[in-house]
Design a protein around this ligand. Sequence first.
Ligand SMILES: C=CC1=C(C)c2cc3[nH]c(cc4nc(cc5[nH]c(cc1n2)c(C)c5CCC(=O)O)C(CCC(=O)O)=C4C)c(C)c3C=C
Ligand SMILES: [Fe+2]
Ligand SMILES: [Fe+2]
Length: 340
Amino acid sequence: MRVAIVLFNLGGPDKAESVEPFLFNLFKDKAIITLPNPLRWLVAKLISSRRAEEAKVNYAKMGGGSPLLPETQKQADVLEQSLRETGLDARCFLAMRYWHPFTEDAVKKVADFAPDKVILLPLYPQYSTITTASSVTEWKKVGGGDATTICCYPTEEGLISAHVDKLVSTWKENGAPDNLRVLLSAHGLPKKVVDAGDPYQWQVEQTCAAVKEKLPSDWDVEICYQSKVGPLEWIGPSTDDCVKKAGKDNKNVLVSPIAFVSEHIETLVELDDEYAELAIENGVKSYLRAPALGISSEFIGGLTKLVRKAILEKSDILSSSEGRLCPHNWSKCPHTNFKS
Ligand SMILES: C=CC1=C(C)c2cc3[nH]c(cc4nc(cc5[nH]c(cc1n2)c(C)c5CCC(=O)O)C(CCC(=O)O)=C4C)c(C)c3C=C
Ligand SMILES: [Fe+2]
Ligand SMILES: [Fe+2]
């Protein structure tokens, strides 16, 4: 069977000149700024031009651009190989939401491949209207055809063991500091998005609970949210506050990017530079960061199982929660009333 797997991710600017247009694309998404056009377009222009200079400084720390595309390409190559080993004629395609290669490029490449089945696989384990739904909407808007969407996999076994493995090995490789506080840090969201029924925070909590269960039982674990943008209230506690509190509590810190599956600006700059500095300022003696999952064999193994399951699925939406189409609280599920 010929199967196309479309990997959704956010995308990132490849060079300094791409930072502003990338930010413009992000802020003109109505999943992020809900204003009607032309107001949204104007606001996106304004915010992207204001934010670009500061963002460029941060991208410069990673060589001028985001590593997200090469990192995602590695994941695509390894996943494709893993699926081929199961006997499928599988090909992975990248569809980035805000920078190249865009979803419309993926739609064309998938059409040329002429698959029997298309699987949309968000590289966001936790479903959000801001991330997964925005990518699926874009897929439909630019002419992507029939496909099975893997909505989310917040407690998928391979995902959880990969996180546990990264946390425990980072701790061991760095002298196994005692008096540890583990911070499971996820990208935040505006509170009003969650209040309107977005299941992201609930799913992040499910991931964290599953990870915590497999960590040594005496480890002190907290969930926190990073990368706040703009003036709205965001869900908390913030990673800043948790790092400061760890200092006050005389704890050593081990932080994990729990909602990201690859390295990019939010891990390499925010976690490795900004929060590391904050930790030192607040008296934290040891600050460690577990790597993102990348091409971890447990993680890619988990994705392989999800894709194989999706191939058998008749419905167009699938989640990894055994036997259930959707893992959400039904009253809050965005899928039952998914608008594209
Ligand atoms: C779980 C994944 C993500 C969620 C949820 C999310 C929400 C969200 N993001 C912004 C604004 C920005 N995000 C930026 C970078 C960025 N965001 C994610 C993932 C999620 N975002 C990733 C993987 C990246 C990195 C891309 C890269 O280039 O490496 C940026 C750009 C960087 C910066 O200027 O800080 C912005 C802006 C909002 C407003 C939001 C929810 C409403
Ligand atoms: Fe973001
Ligand atoms: Fe759902």
